[in-house]
Design a protein around this ligand. Structure first.
Ligand code: CTP
Length: 403
């Protein structure tokens, strides 16, 4: 379940072409279980109608501080007191400068000024032309807004409505949603660095063929996302998978087990936690042909022989930092049966304090899973749930085990 579920958010729109993304953001928030109260400036109404935002939020929109629907005629007080957060998206250059100076000549800025500063966080998603964004005046304003405790989201990069290209456009709705979810997640891993491997590896036979496995990488990606949400710096070493990089996560793409080992070793020294979810190929062809192996018409099949790949988890777990516990190592075990027995034996063989067992064929490619956490004192089940939900529970469990 999203950390946003049950929250009440005032979604403010100031004037900018990015307001079309606010419609999508509103819908995504509602879908995540948020009640959304939309407040629009007059400038915003040039870009988006209040009717659209009312239909999407399911609540009448406020556009004026003189709104007679409020019994005490104090919409700015009433709306800000009931909010868990005020999110202004888009936040135009003009609106940010108004916030900076404590301007209060219309409802949205008035409400931001009137909010109880320690109880109602203010989050703004800037949206403007690249020249406006890089202008020293805007950059000064952003720095001062941050110093005032306002949470200023990043801007996106790319094509702009004006035809120019650069920094300054508003983040996409799903990126803002992701940042809001992170904002409301307890930062139990703040200051920690987490290294995750995910997906299968691919071991080439020749330039067009290879051996791999059915791992989708979803569990590892979910874990990387949950660790980032919890405040960690996350590096994700991914085998060949077709998954988007979780927001805020540094991703290193690799193909073979040996490339994965190199990438892990490069990043292990800086890590506090190593979580090996990758389904690493146990063997690779002892020889990888430079050119495609062709049929010669005789019906003869090629002879393949294999050599064992390095065990990435065991290598790291048995390194000085892994063995001392300075680097907390977590292994996964994908089994087809006898989960507890195999996971218990594997934990000892790999030399890790925690091993997470799951039934491989039942979970590869799926969005849900069930996990068995095995440590020196026994086993604990995380029952069937979405991989995202399990990832959050696993990160929580690991947090309690850290020195
Ligand atoms: N692992 C690894 N490097 C390998 C093989 C496995 O880092 N060469 C890691 C996996 O990422 C996982 C754990 O070791 O965290 C167990 O992987 P699994 O494939 O279940 O076990 P194997 O070591 O391959 O053992 P077996 O084939 O006997 O099940």
């Amino acid at each position: 379940m999203s950390t946003l579920a049950g929250k009440h958010i005032v979604l403010g729109l100031s004037g900018g072409i990015a307001a079309f993304k606010s419609a999508e953001l509103c819908r995504a928030l509602v879908k995540a279980g948020v009640t959304v109260q939309v407040v629009m400036t007059q400038a915003a109404e040039h870009f988006m109608t209040a009717v659209t935002m009312q239909a999407l939020s399911g609540r009448p929109v406020y556009t004026s501080q003189w709104d007679p629907r409020e019994a005490n005629n104090m919409a700015h007080i009433n709306l800000s007191r009931e909010a868990d957060a005020i999110v202004v998206a888009p936040a135009s250059a003009d609106f940010m400068s108004k916030l900076l100076h404590g301007g209060a000549d219309e409802l949205l800025s008035l409400m931001c000024l009137a909010r109880p500063i320690d109880q109602v966080p203010l989050i703004v998603a800037p949206a403007m032309n690249r020249e406006m964004w890089s202008n020293p005046a805007t950059q000064r304003n952003v720095a001062q807004l941050k110093a005032d405790g306002i949470h200023v989201l990043d801007v996106g990069q790319g094509d702009q409505a004006c035809g120019e290209t650069g920094d300054g456009r508003m983040l996409e709705a799903e990126e803002i949603l992701e940042d809001l979810e992170a904002f409301f997640t307890l930062k139990v891993l703040a200051g920690k660095a987490v290294l995750v491997t995910a997906g299968p590896t691919y071991e080439a036979i020749d330039p067009v063929r290879g051996i791999t496995n059915l791992s989708s990488g979803k569990m590892g990606f979910a874990i990387a996302r949950a660790a980032r949400m919890a405040g960690a710096t996350v590096t994700l070493v991914a085998g060949p998978v077709h998954l988007p990089t979780p927001r805020g996560v540094q991703r290193v793409d690799v193909r073979s087990a040996r490339q994965m080992l190199d990438a892990v070793q490069l990043n292990a020294d800086a890590a506090d936690v190593f979580i090996a979810t990758a389904a690493v190929a146990d063997w690779r062809p002892s020889h990888s042909a430079d050119q495609k192996i062709k049929k010669d018409g005789s019906g003869q099949t090629p002879e393949l022989s294999f050599v064992e790949n390095p065990d990435i988890l065991a290598t790291i777990a048995q390194s000085p930092r892994g063995a001392s516990g300075d680097l907390f190592c977590v292994g996964f075990a994908a089994e087809s049966q006898d989960l507890l027995a195999h996971a218990t034996a594997k934990r000892i063989r790999k030399g890790v304090p925690l091993l997470v067992g799951n039934i491989g064929p039942a979970t590869f490619g799926q969005d849900d899973n069930a996990l068995l956490l095995v440590d020196a004192s026994g086993a604990r089940e995380l029952p069937h749930a979405s991989k995202q939900a399990l990832a959050v529970q696993l990160i929580d469990d690991i947090t309690h085990r850290l020195k």
